[in-house]
Design a protein around this ligand. Structure first.
Ligand code: NI
Length: 180
């Protein structure tokens, strides 16, 4: 296990397309997932994508706050389940200190492969769906700021109280840390 360095905005790895994992059960993938989990625990975020730790492979970790279960998806594919999009605050471990309001599909399916090699489908909505869409974007070289519709909603974390009346972003589950 190892805590990996997290690429910050400006590093080209965050703007490149990541490759599918040819063999999701390869030991190198398992090792990467373990290291990403330790890195995410250390950083305290709710999600992490492999390009953020300089690995150009399609792997995401989702660690929602509260009761929702954590999961890992290799080669994830997102399918929106409705046309509804809702606005919500997001942060990113690769863009430390900032928060922005981003439109995301409210409910999605996320197909992919679990670390044990089984095909999985996650039917998720709200904040968990938001995390998944944010992480899959990382695999395509997209950052949340690219999705923003109004850059006046891009603020420093310690100034959010001016926007929301609270120091932490409001999420569907209440107050949480959306950094991923
Ligand atoms: Ni991120």
């Amino acid at each position: 296990m190892a805590i990996l360095g997290i690429a910050r905005m400006g590093h080209p790895v965050l703007r490149r397309l990541a490759d599918p994992a040819a063999d999701p059960t390869d030991p190198s993938v398992a090792r990467l997932i373990r290291d990403m989990a330790e890195t995410l625990d250390d950083a305290g975020g709710v999600g992490l994508a492999a390009p953020q730790v300089h690995e150009r492979v399609r792997v995401i970790l989702v660690r929602p706050p509260g009761e929702a279960p954590a999961f890992t998806v290799i080669n994830p594919v997102v399918t929106p389940l409705d046309d509804d999009r809702e606005l919500g605050w997001e942060g990113c471990l690769s863009i430390p200190g900032l928060r922005g309001v981003v439109p995301r599909h409210r409910r999605i399916l996320c197909h992919g492969v679990a670390p044990d090699g089984r095909h999985v489908v996650h039917d998720v909505e709200g904040f968990v769906a938001r995390i998944v869409q944010h992480e899959v974007d990382h695999l395509d070289g997209v950052l949340y700021i690219d999705r923003m519709v109004d850059l006046r909603d891009l603020v420093f974390e310690d100034q959010m109280r001016h926007h929301t009346g609270q120091d932490r972003p409001k999420t569907p589950e209440g107050v949480g840390d959306p950094e991923s």
